[in-house]
Design a protein around this ligand. Structure first.
Ligand code: SF4
Ligand code: SF4
Ligand code: SF4
Length: 278
């Protein structure tokens, strides 16, 4: 077991998230330039979920769905590689949509009621809300339903089933349709109301990656001798995981490391690399 020293994780994560957002916007911009789409492939072919949307048709017919191609499988393999090593770190660090939701939460807190957020202290802003568990818990399963529907639908469709309602295309694609405008409005409103709304309830890629939190060697562990149960980590958890110190392998954890950054007692949470889990 090797302990990984926490350096300025929050700053590094924010920088990486901005780079991903700008990079994804460049892909979107390039796609709408005259003549560029045909050379660079469609915007959809860079999508990490596109590989999952087209896997069943590819296995059955040998062809990918329209607007996807073999590049989707490469992007998907890269995502799976990150997940095998570090669980859902893709969601916490490398997903443009996850980043946009984090920024929206930050800006919402700032503009609706809170001048400065003090880490580990309950936000005084009205939004984003934390839904009561009676609503929140069942809604978390909706993303698995979305994943199942998309996989089945992919066998009967010419284009990726999520394409017309995909928030990634709505935010970054720069090629809007009426349905994508509606998707964008729902996505923005949802993200203002509930932190990481799309990730928690609807994202089929998040549903696919959830299993990797149980397998990955890079993960957080708790040192019971240090933790004083102050609950600061629960307050900062963007995915709203209850009792974070005892649920560090939770399928909803996006490995953002905000709990580690916020923890008041040095050594309570430790980022480790451990090849074989006990
Ligand atoms: S759950 Fe989906 S939208 Fe959220 S960060 Fe993960 S892949 Fe991105
Ligand atoms: S448990 Fe920690 S690493 Fe996981 S989502 Fe919550 S704050 Fe981020
Ligand atoms: S892990 Fe840290 S922040 Fe969380 S309850 Fe324990 S001491 Fe508090």
């Amino acid at each position: 077991m090797t302990a990984v020293k926490p350096f300025s994780l929050a700053k590094s994560r924010r920088t990486i998230q901005w780079m991903v957002v700008i990079g994804t916007l460049v892909i979107g911009l390039r796609h709408i330039m005259p003549g560029e789409a045909s050379r660079g492939g469609s915007f959809d072919s860079f999508c990490a979920f596109g590989g999952i949307e087209t896997i069943l048709p590819f296995l059955f017919t040998g062809h990918t769905l329209k607007s996807t191609n073999l590049l989707n499988f490469s992007v998907q393999l890269g995502t799976l590689g990150v997940s095998l090593v570090a669980g859902r770190a893709f969601c916490g660090w490398l997903c443009g949509l996850g980043a946009i939701q984090d920024f929206i939460t930050q800006w919402t807190r700032k503009f609706i009621g809170e001048k400065r957020h003090i880490r580990g202290r309950q936000s005084t802003a009205i939004f984003p809300l934390r839904l009561p568990s009676i609503l929140d818990h069942p809604l978390r399963y909706a993303k698995y339903l979305v994943l199942t529907v998309v996989l089945i639908a992919s066998l009967f469709m010419a284009f990726p089933p999520l394409r017309d309602f995909c928030p990634v295309r709505a935010v970054f694609g720069l090629h809007m349709t009426a349905l994508l405008w509606v998707t964008l409005a729902v996505f923005l409103a949802g993200s203002v109301l509930v932190e990481r709304f799309w990730c928690k309830y609807l994202c089929p890629l998040g549903a696919t990656l959830a299993i990797f939190n149980k397998l990955s060697p890079v993960r957080l562990v708790l040192d019971n001798h240090h933790c004083n149960g102050c609950g600061r980590c629960d307050i900062e958890c963007s995915m709203g995981i209850a009792d974070v110190p005892h649920h560090l392998d939770h399928p909803e954890c996006v490995r953002c490391m905000e709990c580690l950054n916020t923890c008041a007692v040095n050594g309570s949470l430790i980022l480790i690399y451990e090849k074989e889990k006990k």
